[in-house]
Design a protein around this ligand. Structure first.
Ligand code: S3P
Length: 168
């Protein structure tokens, strides 16, 4: 089985995904990391040089590859914008068990304030940007998700316990 984690940047996909994989004894894959290995630079640089749509093409290809085959096992942390492409939504939903890690823009802003590596959060008003992203994407995360969990309040361990219960 493949477990995919979706949600806004900073919602905890990589942190939770890594720990979930450890608890399950499964491999952990971060699609952004796979993309960076493939493009040979940071996503931020790639965005700046080639634009978002070129990045989304590579992301779609990588998501297809990482979820292909019926015998895959692992935990997949995705990039926050993965749900923008219908093909990604369909593949993730059909080929994996999808968990939406939901956080408020305010909680995320508090966590990400000092993180310069997120291209979509650069600019004058990152909190406003997060609110916009939340508004645009929340319906898409909800559409692709089999389960939704709040990542603002509960501790990582409580959240992990809840996810693991759904996988039993
Ligand atoms: C993006 C989120 C990033 C990364 C890229 C685009 C987005 O991933 O894929 O910068 O559109 O929200 P994280 O959600 O891991 O930050």
């Amino acid at each position: 089985m493949i477990v995919s984690l979706v949600g806004l940047p900073g919602s905890g996909k990589t942190t939770i995904g890594r720990q979930l994989a450890r608890r399950l004894g499964w491999p952990f894959v971060d699609s952004d990391h796979v993309i960076e290995q493939r493009i040979g630079c940071s996503i931020r640089e790639y965005f700046a040089r080639n634009g978002e749509s070129a990045f989304r093409d590579i992301e779609e290809q990588v998501i297809d590859e990482l979820t292909a085959g019926s015998d895959g096992v692992g935990v997949l942390a995705t990039g926050g914008g993965v749900v923008l492409r219908p093909a990604n939504r369909q593949r993730l939903r059909e080929r994996s068990r999808v968990f939406y890690l939901h956080s408020t823009p305010e909680d995320i802003f508090r966590r990400l304030r000092h993180d310069a590596s997120r291209p979509l959060l650069q600019g004058d008003d990152p909190l406003e940007r997060l609110r916009q992203l939340q508004e645009e994407r929340d319906p898409l995360y909800a559409e692709v998700a089999h389960f939704t969990f709040e990542t603002g309040r509960p501790t990582v361990n409580i959240l992990l316990g809840k996810i693991l219960m759904q996988l039993e």
